[in-house]
Design a protein around this ligand. Sequence first.
Ligand code: NAD
Length: 356
Amino acid sequence: MNKFDYMERHGFEQVIYFHDKTTGLKGITVIHDTTLGPALGGTRLWNYACEDDAVLDCLRLARGMTFKNAAAGLNLGGGKTVLIGDASTVKSEAYFRALGRYVQSLNGRYITAEDVNTTTKDMDYILMETDYVVGLEDKSGNPSPITALGAFHGIRASLKHRFNDDDISKYTFAVQGVGETGSALIGYLKEANAKKIYFSEINPKNIKKMQELHPDCEMVTPDAIYSLEVDVFVPCALGAVMNEKTIPELKCAIVAGTANNVLEDEERDGLLLKDRGILYAPDFVINAGGVINVYHELHGYNRERVIKDVRKIYDRLLEIFKIAEKENVHNQKAALVYATNRMKTIAAIRSNYIIR
Ligand code: NAD
């Protein structure tokens, strides 16, 4: 892979490699775009097969954060850190403090948070060395319930757009995956008296928890979840679950959930869903509750303000659905248009000089 070509093609600002010889910490930070503010994105720890895989993953994830943060109305750019290593052996206080020192050396251009294989406890070690870390245990805490709340409002917006009625009690749902976000989302749907909820899950512990907590929700096999006759398919497990195989099976009117990278191929599957008349709520817009939650740590964390901000996902999605109709594009593309428009508009208003 020619990295400079890739950076130029997708507008990346900076790629930083770091290695700490005492702890063996080895990683990459990518700053994609800081038009709206400092780049924010989590630290992912993964045993990548090779260095190029790690760099490409970091580049793609950082770019994704630019659009997610822009669409969420946050004054943040997009960035990401990946650490190359085996999560079961490399972690220690020194390892994360060494990372904190690299983050600090970027002087606020990049703010980190937790991601796959890193926890709020690890963030506390990073905090010992830098001011530029969010997602702390005693501040915003576990993001999953807030992500689920955002998806709940996103589902309501999708129902409003599709049926002109967002009363959850009139509709049926198929939830794929009842882990952290899926189970919390089912809680919100039940509170709003959802007519019927089906779910699928592969982890016996989570199945048992679900059956104890919500015995009226009906479990189906992981394969059967796609073809259920429901109003909303709610992906809360893996990425790439909407693809050439699964989209033809769907009998729902809406796909809206918490999962990341739901479309296996954004262009192909965005169009497939549009052509089938199925309303897709773009993943990076509907699941932004978590990043909205950590963002508020930068301005003095206040849970009520977070909840108010997360509720805005409802209007934001309605606006994106309108763009898609007006421009005759699929919804994922409309979400990118929405995010890019915000970046262009805000960059333009900063063209005049003011003293602040
Ligand atoms: P989780 O690991 O707690 O839950 C996922 C659940 O899906 C697990 O219980 C797992 O057993 C189940 N699962 C895996 N494969 C399955 C299959 N084939 N069929 C049915 N169930 C299956 O993860 P989570 O935090 O709830 O995140 C879920 C998705 O939401 C991920 O894509 C994640 O990237 C995305 N997301 C999460 C957050 C957050 O705040 N946690 C924020 C944004 C996006």
